[in-house]
Write a protein that binds this ligand. Structure first.
Ligand SMILES: [Zn+2]
Length: 291
């Protein structure tokens, strides 16, 4: 069954912004501006997205939809939008849609869970490179390319409210890098720095249900600590495939895991950490080779 969809907010969050929460799975965000409404992400199924639109009770203003990136939990609700509103995403989203792995993820998930049976892979109507600005009159939405978690990842900055919708570039307890390649780690760390430098009052990720800008600093400190610890390793330890389960290198050695975190969530973030560690090791090996 689909996680139920509800609307919520955070202390201090402007009332023009609404969090669209699909259980523990993902948060989308709705922004009401003078000129138009904006929905950032369509959740994991068309049914969830339709429920969200019904709950929001959208008025006569035009609707613009942004897909933050082509991970299933952020855009599989697009079928509820197609033909109703233009969908905007970064140009790199098109390459991800064309990649056979995107179709494979859908087939795998449909075979495991019937709630995905109505999902269609629907791509964006409008794409951009670099950045894009939506001028809503009272509010401005700056779409910032923030790769690293995925190549197509976009965060949204609303300067009037000093609020950053960071989606998956920032995550509690840790974000996940796209691959074990050093380049992707560099991109993720520079996207995190870019978000930190916005000096936001609120930073709202799509997972973790937090709005505190301290999550950005904690994510940056985590990658810094990871690099420091890997930097002290001998060459043989660097090649150890079990490094992630060795004392001092496990996820819990870097971040205080919330006691209430369910087992499957903890397993998910341990896997993220494994990828992050692998990319950190790769970055260190490349650094050693170049000196
Ligand atoms: Zn996500």
């Amino acid at each position: 069954m689909d996680p139920s969809v509800e609307l919520c907010s955070y202390p201090g969050l402007d009332e023009r912004i609404v969090i669209v929460r699909a259980g523990d799975e993902v948060d989308g965000v709705f922004v009401r501006t003078e000129r138009f409404n904006v929905l950032i992400d369509t959740l994991g199924t068309p049914e969830q997205c339709k429920t969200a639109l019904d709950l929001l009770g959208i008025d006569a203003r035009p609707l613009i939809v942004i897909n933050s990136h082509m991970d299933w939990d952020h855009f599989w609700g697009n079928a509820a939008i197609a033909g109703r509103a233009p969908i905007i995403a970064h140009a790199a989203a098109l390459e991800r849609l064309r990649d056979p792995s995107t179709q494979q993820v859908l087939e795998d998930k449909v075979s495991q869970d019937s709630r995905f049976r109505n999902v269609e892979l629907i791509g964006p109507d409008i794409t951009f490179s670099g950045s894009m600005v939506l001028n809503g009159g009272d509010l401005t939405l700056e779409l910032i390319h923030t790769p690293g978690h995925t190549p197509d990842h976009v965060a949204v900055w609303i300067p009037e409210l000093r609020t950053c919708l960071a989606v998956d570039a920032v995550e509690y307890p840790v974000p996940e890098v796209w691959s074990r390649r050093a380049d992707d780690l560099r991109l993720l760390r520079s996207s995190l720095s870019r978000i930190r430098d916005l000096n936001a009052r609120l930073v709202i990720p799509a997972h973790g249900q937090t709005s505190s800008p301290s999550t950005v600093d904690e994510n940056l400190a985590y990658f810094e600590a990871l690099a420091d610890r890997v930097g002290d390793l001998s060459e043989s330890r660097l090649a150890d495939p079990q490094l992630g389960s060795a004392s001092g290198f496990r996820l819990e050695d870097f971040v205080a895991m919330a006691d209430r975190m369910p087992d499957d969530v903890a397993t998910f973030y341990r896997n993220c950490h494994e990828t992050n560690l692998g990319a950190t090791v790769q970055a260190h090996i490349e650094k050693l080779k170049s000196t």
